[in-house]
Design a protein around this ligand. Structure first.
Ligand SMILES: NC(=O)C1=CN([C@@H]2O[C@H](COP(=O)(O)OP(=O)(O)OC[C@H]3O[C@@H](n4cnc5c(N)ncnc54)[C@H](OP(=O)(O)O)[C@@H]3O)[C@@H](O)[C@H]2O)C=CC1
Ligand SMILES: Nc1nc(=O)c2c([nH]1)NC[C@@H]1CN(c3ccc(C(=O)N[C@@H](CCC(=O)O)C(=O)O)cc3)C=[N+]21
Length: 283
């Protein structure tokens, strides 16, 4: 039976460490301060924004939330980003996704000053990620890398299948795993015979938002399974993986909740502190 990769515990352990870094900054008169721009009324986004706030407070980081109405124009959102970019008191900026239909989210992301890019999703930082020259990494991908490291799971030479090719999860994770010498396959909704790929994988990561996509018959005995998905089924929070059955076959598996999610939030906080430190050391 598979061992649980306890993302929540690892995130809380890292939070203790980060708190000390924040204390050190505070002794120099610096308080890490970032802003989340949330446009519209997506209920899940509001929950995530609250979770970030909770973790930020625990660590000693100041988080402002700019809650913009669902009918906010592109110009208004761009103006707010420009204002935060040029405010020296603000160390980090992020735009919560998804944004409403009238908003071009890619243009908003591209407007964020790469030196304040908490999510690591600006074109500049995405480029640096693929050139192995990165400073902040997208939090979910970095969280997964650090989770595997915590459990002494090496990526070198491993066959990894990542299901999902989004700019926020699948693609950055592929870059980071490739950098650690894994052989990476990225699957998506047009992939044929997905199980032929996953059956040969040492590590399967699912980031699709499709509950029960990954079943036990798709997994090699002793494989490692990382579940990024967040789905609500009959009022219950589940991932993409049929956890109860897959855990009998896997050597390690992440639960949902309590797996990748808390690490995502933790690594957003890590990014805020790193950016704050660099901005102050450069002055
Ligand atoms: N735990 C955490 O910290 C985080 C969790 N999430 C969750 O992870 C999931 C993915 O998020 P995100 O990457 O933003 O989502 P997107 O919707 O942007 O991307 C989903 C990806 O999954 C692929 N996909 C969808 N259905 C299938 C299928 N049946 N078979 C194979 N591939 C499929 C899509 O393929 P195609 O490109 O062809 O459409 C796409 O590449 C969501 O549930 C989200 O809530 C996201 C971020 C952080
Ligand atoms: N610009 C941007 N950056 C993001 O990082 C970003 C985003 N937009 N949009 C949405 C996704 C999703 N995401 C999650 C964060 C925390 C949990 C999390 O903490 N989950 C808990 C449970 C959550 C619950 O109870 O609902 C867990 O899995 O244990 C999940 C998902 C960040 N995202």
């Amino acid at each position: 039976m598979g061992k649980i990769l306890d993302g929540k515990a690892v995130a809380n352990l890292l939070a203790q460490n980060l708190k000390e870094k924040v204390k050190k900054l505070k002794s120099e008169g610096i308080v890490p301060h970032f802003c989340v721009i949330n446009i519209g009324d997506d209920p899940a986004s509001k929950i995530y924004v609250r979770m970030k706030k909770r973790r930020a407070e625990k660590i000693g980081i100041v988080q402002d939330v700019y809650q913009l109405s669902a009918d906010t124009s592109q110009e208004e959102a761009l103006k707010l980003i420009d204002k935060l970019n040029s405010d020296p008191k603000i160390n980090g900026v992020m735009v919560q996704l998804p944004a409403p239909d009238q908003i071009d989210a890619d243009e908003l992301l591209a407007r964020i000053n790469p030196d304040k890019d908490v999510d690591g999703l600006t074109p500049a930082n995405t480029g640096r990620l693929w050139m192995d020259n990165h400073f902040v990494e997208p939090a979910t991908a970095e969280g997964i890398i650090e989770l595997l490291k915590h459990y002494h799971i090496s990526l070198a030479g491993k066959n990894v299948v990542i299901i999902g090719r989004s700019n926020i999860v699948g693609k950055p994770l592929a870059a980071l795993m490739l950098e650690q010498d894994a052989t990476v396959t990225i699957a998506h909704s047009k992939t044929q015979n997905l199980e032929d790929l996953t059956k040969h994988a040492d590590i399967v990561v699912s980031a699709t938002g499709q509950a029960f996509l990954v079943t036990a018959d798709m997994i090699k005995d002793g494989a490692i399974v990382v579940d990024v998905g967040i789905n609500h089924v009959n009022g219950k929070l589940v991932g993409d993986v049929d956890f109860e059955n897959v855990k009998e076959k896997a050597s390690y598996i992440t639960p949902v909740p309590g797996g990748v999610g808390p690490l995502t939030v933790q690594f957003l906080m890590e990014a805020v502190v790193k950016l704050t430190r660099r901005q102050n050391d450069r002055r």
